[in-house]
Design a protein around this ligand. Structure first.
Ligand code: HEM
Length: 501
């Protein structure tokens, strides 16, 4: 009997939703998109993976910069051109700066911990202002010594551990070694976050009312799963912060983000500020470590597949830096080829090809199309950065597109800033990320030739340019070989790792 009653209720609810959606569709002219089915709309059209390719195809098919899908009362708008992205996210930031926080994310992170998902408003502004103070272009050089010490040694360090340790060092001045429990804690929590993202949409995201059912209720498995993930995510935010405060109370804290935040804090407002600082410090590694790892691995993939580009950059490095030291940040103005490679990696392989979901706070009208309040709005970064007009031959990896004939950086080719997102929510860690990338790219290329690996029979292992399909899109595992370019090359990297330890 129970399934029959459920069926009747669900049918009535769906029919009512469809009737409302149908009436509105008559009244409003939404941006074009696949037609969809009666009642459930585009539920079967929404791409499960690699959505950025599908949305780019639809933009061409419907000859529109913006695409619209609708399902069960939810509107999705995808922005596929740089112009439309600027018009909406930048010029109309008062409408498009909110974030979409699904019910499952709310269950796992709460509304405040991961402030990159926080609603647009004064509380978000307070986080953003404090974060910006410590990661703005003028503040970022204070972290250079930490990064120089953290140049990755491909023989001994995994890039994931490298990025996590670098950020833990920047945020808390923790000098973590492999197998440090804090590193493992961050690793587990990040894995839980990625599992959640890869699981896609949960039933509770479509019917938020399910959040109210108790965890023991049949069908409430998402609650039990959420509770497990939440315990890990809470620990990732809270444990390193409270350990840092102990170090600070003992008087042995070293310069880092947490020390700056706490030293400037108003002691009378500490319980409120503690919550903000936990969010700021935890979100720095939640938002900053996987993105940095993916970009580094994409760079390695690009180098293995494009040996001519590798040689092109190494010629410059040999001339400017030589082979008795590693590059430093001060070398960057003299190394335009390194900078061009970084831009091309960010353009060709954005780690978040659809950035993250923004939410329209009010009704809007664009190019004669209606965008309703509450729409989930994605910038299709991948489509924008593979636009044939802006970046001719967009599927080739060609750093030279950013260089002029005399070898300097061109200023008439747009930089791939969309890799860092849009409008008021653009990544505030981007200056830090670009400096890190500069040191990784320049040091690895100064010291190693990065080549295809060979198997035990001496056969070259061929690799394919394949990426994972979810919101964070990373190269699928591949093998590469790092060959030292000159005697003593490896010891340069190892001495950099040890010199400041
Ligand atoms: C290659 C590296 C990185 C990439 C590609 C990247 C990309 C992004 C993107 C696409 C967003 C969402 C923007 C939007 O919603 O429109 C974002 C937000 C954010 N990123 Fe990054 N990021 C990187 C590194 C970092 C680092 C190193 C940090 C911290 C030190 C960081 C901290 C943040 C924060 C806090 C937000 C949320 C901002 C807000 O909601 O106002 N990111 N990032």
């Amino acid at each position: 009997m129970q399934p029959l009653i459920t069926f009747v209720y669900v049918s009535i609810a769906l029919t009512a939703l469809w009737a409302v959606a149908f009436r509105k569709r008559q009244r409003y002219r939404y941006p074009p998109g696949p037609k969809g089915l009666p009642v459930v709309g585009n539920i079967l059209d929404i791409p499960v993976g690699y959505g950025w390719y599908t949305y780019k195809d639809w933009a061409r098919q419907y000859d529109s910069d913006i695409i619209h899908l609708q399902s069960l009362g939810m509107h999705i708008v995808v922005v596929n051109s740089a112009k439309a992205a600027k018009d909406l996210f930048d010029k109309r930031h008062g409408i498009y700066s909110d974030k979409e926080l699904t019910s499952m994310l709310l269950e796992v992170t709460g509304p405040y911990r991961n402030w990159s998902l926080m609603q647009y408003g004064d509380y978000w502004r307070e986080h953003r202002r404090l974060f910006h103070q410590h990661f703005r272009p003028l503040a970022v050089p204070q972290y250079h010594p930490k990064r120089a010490k953290a140049t990755p040694d491909p023989e001994t360090t995994s890039y994931r551990m490298f990025a996590r340790s670098l950020i833990l060092d920047t945020v808390y001045a923790f000098d973590v070694q492999p197998h440090d429990p804090r590193l493992e804690l961050v690793e587990k929590a990040m894995r839980a976050g990625n599992e959640m993202l890869e699981a896609g949409i949960f039933l509770v995201d479509i019917f938020p009312i399910l959040r109210n059912v108790p965890a023991w209720f049949p069908g409430a498995g998402f609650k039990r799963q959420a509770a497990k993930w939440k315990a890990l995510v809470d620990a990732m935010y809270e444990v390193p912060y409270s350990q840092f405060k102990e170090t600070m109370n003992e008087g042995s804290a070293q310069p880092c983000l947490a020390l700056s935040l706490l030293s400037d804090a108003d002691a009378t407002d500490m319980s409120r500020l503690d919550e903000i600082f936990i969010a700021l410090t935890g979100t720095a590694y939640a938002a900053g470590s996987d993105t940095t790892v993916i970009t580094t691995v994409s760079f390695i993939l690009a180098m293995v597949l494009n040996p001519d580009m590798q040689t092109f950059v190494q010629e410059e490095l040999d001339k400017v830096v030589g082979n008795d030291r590693l590059p430093v940040m001060e070398d960057q103005p003299s190394l335009p080829r390194v900078t061009a490679v970084m831009h091309e990696v960010m353009r060709r392989y954005p780690p978040l090809p659809l950035a993250t979901a923004h939410r329209a706070m009010f009704d809007d009208e664009y190019n004669g199309y209606h965008i309703p309040a509450g729409s989930i709005v994605f910038g299709n970064t991948w489509a924008i950065l593979h636009d044939e007009e802006t970046y001719p031959d967009p599927y080739s990896f060609n750093p030279k597109r950013f260089l002029s004939a005399d070898g300097t950086l061109r200023d008439d080719v747009p930089l791939p800033t969309e890799t860092f997102g849009y409008g008021r929510r653009i990544c505030p860690g981007r200056y830090f990320a670009m400096d890190t990338l500069f040191l990784v790219v320049s040091s690895l290329l100064a010291v190693f030739n990065i080549e295809k690996a060979v198997d035990e029979n001496g056969q070259v292992i061929e690799i394919r340019e394949e990426f994972t399909q979810h919101i964070m899109s990373a190269p699928k595992p591949f093998k590469a070989c790092f060959k030292p370019r000159h005697p003593g090359a490896e010891s340069l990297i190892r001495s950099a790792v040890l010199s400041d330890a």
